[in-house]
Design a binder for this molecule. Structure first.
Ligand SMILES: [Zn+2]
Length: 308
């Protein structure tokens, strides 16, 4: 029963794919607001800072817990076919791309210029905790924007794509990118300065998403695979004790605030919890910049040993 709609959808998608190559220009000529799709929140933030007033930015994965494990519906794919640009975070972030066909001329891989900096994951990690069910980490580490110099590369790619698509506004895109670059460079300097206070300090990462961050800022960390809202089972706790026996870490870095009972168990093991949010999804309050500034503040507490 499910087969016919799926087949129909594919046919429609193929037809649209052929027909809509030129429709973006036609929409521009009609004066419609151009549409840009993004696959995660950092790209939304960069695209809005650089392109506001010129393009409407759409982030369909925002309703999912973690956009890295989002899967587009057929309607999402149809909508993306009509977009002027589709911005990708790259470094294998968009696993869903393998299952859909989108017009290559409008797909912008914002990490393409940074491929020399990509980090291969050492082992395949699958786990079944958290609200989204099972997910795995294979191939490349993808949280590249947590190295602020790579975030600049991505923002630069967004600016270049906008300037190529809407050359009349190139000057404004350049100016806005320059301001964004300064903000990201300030964060880069702040992260470096904070970690440099005590570079030997050991930490535990709660989830394998801090690889680029750790490399850029010299964070001496080892990773487990926990979720802030799922109590680890007995085997995970004993793994943690083994890890701490060889990697004495007084702090654990979390993507979000862990459950109080997890924080308490950890405290009993001598490990305090601190949030360093990669901000892959839209924050409840603030924006990319304010979340990263909070991360700097939280890390300052870790590295200077101030009481929380
Ligand atoms: Zn995971």
């Amino acid at each position: 029963m499910k087969r016919i709609p799926v087949l129909l959808t594919i046919v429609v998608m193929l037809l649209l794919g052929c027909a809509s190559e030129k429709s973006g220009e036609a929409e521009d000529a009609r004066g419609g607001t151009p549409v840009v799709y993004v696959s995660n929140y950092p790209l939304k933030y960069f695209a809005e800072r650089i392109g506001s007033g010129h393009a409407q930015v759409r982030f369909p994965a925002t309703a999912s817990g973690d956009p890295a494990y989002w899967k587009p519906t057929p309607d999402d794919v149809l909508a993306m076919h009509k977009a002027d640009l589709i911005l990708l975070s790259g470094a294998s972030y968009e696993k869903w791309l393998a299952n859909v066909s989108l017009p290559p001329s409008r797909l912008i891989d914002t990490a393409a210029g940074a491929s020399d900096a990509f980090i291969e994951l050492e082992e395949e990690i699958t786990h079944s905790h958290g609200p989204e069910g099972e997910h795995e980490h294979v191939g490349l580490a993808f949280t590249i924007w947590m190295d602020m110099t790579l975030a600049v590369e991505q923002a630069h790619a967004v600016k270049e794509a906008f300037a190529a698509r809407w050359p009349a506004h190139k000057q404004q895109f350049e100016e806005r990118f320059a301001a964004l670059e300064r903000d990201l460079q300030t964060l880069d300097a702040d992260f470096r300065a904070v970690v440099a206070v005590n570079p030997d300090l050991r930490v535990v990462f709660s989830h394998p998403v801090y690889q680029y961050f750790a490399r850029r800022y010299g964070v001496n960390g080892r990773s487990v695979h926990w979720e802030p809202d799922a109590m680890p089972d007995a085997s995970m706790w004993s793994e943690m004790q083994e890890l701490l026996a060889e990697h004495r870490a007084p702090w654990m870095l979390w993507e979000g605030e862990p459950l109080p009972e997890i924080a308490q168990y950890l405290a009993d093991l001598g490990v305090r919890s601190v949030v360093v949010d990669p901000c892959g999804n839209q924050p409840e309050a603030g924006d990319f910049l304010s979340v990263m500034r909070d991360n700097v503040t939280h890390l300052r507490r870790v590295y200077t040993g101030e009481a929380s």
